[in-house]
Write a protein that binds this ligand. Structure first.
Ligand SMILES: Cc1cc2nc3c(=O)[nH]c(=O)nc-3n(C[C@H](O)[C@H](O)[C@H](O)COP(=O)(O)OP(=O)(O)OC[C@H]3O[C@@H](n4cnc5c(N)ncnc54)[C@H](O)[C@@H]3O)c2cc1C
Length: 399
């Protein structure tokens, strides 16, 4: 049967490999890292991403992986809470933090139980194999080659496959990097896990309890040109966090992890495919961290890709190249509207935070008026979240 090589076992590659392997399609999944414990992997799954996993029959798997629902979203301006919006905000399920390393390991383990599935870990793909203008496989860093009817580049925002295929990425101007900290969570946070966004003294940052027990995460937005200085982070944060956390941060001097600096790339490839090759997930459309979209959209890419690929690949040893390439074009055409809209909505959310960060007078005014303005702002904000939480286009697994 026609073989598929998937490059990268992040959320896109690992789930697509499992979905195809379960449908009897031989898959080789190649991952550069030896394990899934990479420095940082996002955890936020929106109702749309949870629904995608559910459609793939992975609800019971999710229960075996460390996860934690969010209770609410809170916005703080200076030291006042503008509003609190409780989950699940009209959706079937609340936004949930899911620990990615065990999720990815469990997905690969399920795929390994399927005949025709090959798992190559700790080896990067370094090049594509071409024949008569078609991609026909990959070359690994140890110089082995794997031939396939279709290569899928699911290798993330810095995709080597995208570069080797000479597919361009149109990027948005770089506006932020993120410094990511972890520290022990204050007592009681676990049971009321609110995602707090704070704007104060020209800073924007977020706090929430991650999937891992007892761990508070703090995501600190900085300009890409700002150096990562060594500072007394405990005191810095204690001066900015909502009043109820001040004492906790003051006493956290020795327990705040050194920050990870994460570069944010946002963009979209005008073309996601070449003959015999398709980009999916961040490789085709790297997403901003705003409102946790990337994994969710990647899981929805997987469903749409499966709908178009399984009929062409299943049950044949050599798929019709023209039919395969038409399927690749249909996948991009079906996914693109949601990606474009989600990136616009993320930019809109980010620009509102930026306005409040830059203009102290506006921040002070809204903060002072929060008892009156808060409920109104909350109503508008909640109504604008529906698309970012529940998806923009209809995505149903049909194969
Ligand atoms: C700071 C930050 C926070 C975020 N938080 C969230 C969040 O909470 N929720 C959310 O939905 N999204 C979040 N995102 C976005 C999300 O991380 C990405 O959209 C998502 O990981 C994309 O999944 P992917 O599988 O396409 O790529 P990745 O997760 O990047 O996976 C790509 C995989 O390919 C492997 N690889 C790379 N090159 C090669 C190669 N040459 N050969 C073999 N393997 C290779 C990598 O090791 C990696 O395992 C965040 C992003 C940032 C920057």
């Amino acid at each position: 049967m026609a073989k598929v090589v998937i490059v990268g076992a992040g959320p896109t590659g690992a789930t697509l490999a499992l979905v195809l392997a379960r449908r009897g399609i031989p898959v080789t999944l190649v991952e550069a890292a030896r394990d899934f414990q990479r420095q940082f992997r996002g955890e936020g799954l929106m109702p749309s991403g949870l629904d995608a996993l559910s459609q793939m029959g992975l609800d019971s798997l999710l229960k075996t992986v460390p996860h934690r629902p969010l209770s609410a979203w809170e916005f703080w301006l200076n030291d006042r809470r503008l509003f609190r919006a409780d989950e699940p905000m009209g959706a079937a399920r609340p936004c949930t933090l899911v620990s990615q390393p065990p999720l990815l390991a469990a997905l690969v383990q399920l795929a390994q139980a399927k005949p025709g599935f090959d798992w190559i870990a700790g080896t990067a793909v370094k090049d594509l194999l071409w024949r008569d203008g078609r991609v026909v496989g990959v070359q690994l860093s140890d110089d082995r080659t794997v031939e396939a009817a279709l290569v899928i580049g699911a290798d993330g925002r810095a995709s080597a496959i995208r570069q080797r295929a000479d597919l361009t990425l149109d990027t948005q101007p770089k506006s932020i990097d993120v410094l990511w900290f972890k520290l022990p969570a204050p007592a009681g946070y676990e049971t009321d896990n609110r995602f707090c966004t704070v704007v104060k003294q020209g800073r924007v940052f977020s706090l929430f309890h991650g999937a891992e027990a007892g761990k508070l995460h703090l995501a600190w937005a900085i300009s890409p040109s700002e150096p990562t200085e060594q500072k007394d982070w405990a005191t810095t944060f204690a001066n900015l966090v909502p009043p109820e956390f001040v004492a906790h941060f003051r006493s956290a001097t020795d327990s705040i992890s050194p920050p990870m600096r994460l570069s944010v790339v946002v963009g979209r490839c005008p073309r996601w495919h070449r003959p015999g090759l398709l980009l999916l997930g961040d490789a085709a459309h790297p997403m901003s961290p705003v409102r946790a979209q990337g994994i969710n959209l990647a899981l929805r890419d997987v469903i749409v890709a499966a709908n178009h690929l399984v009929p062409v690949l299943a049950g044949v040893s050599a798929p019709d190249p023209a039919a395969l390439d038409q399927a690749l074009a249909r996948i991009q055409a079906e996914r693109e509207p949601e990606i474009i809209k989600a990136q616009q909505l993320q930019a809109h959310e980010a620009s509102r935070g930026e306005l409040l960060r830059r203009f102290g007078l506006l921040r002070r005014g809204l903060s002072t008026l929060s008892p009156v303005a808060g409920p109104l702002v909350k109503r508008v904000w909640v109504s604008q979240q529906i698309s970012l939480r529940q998806g923009i286009t209809a995505v149903r697994l049909e194969v």
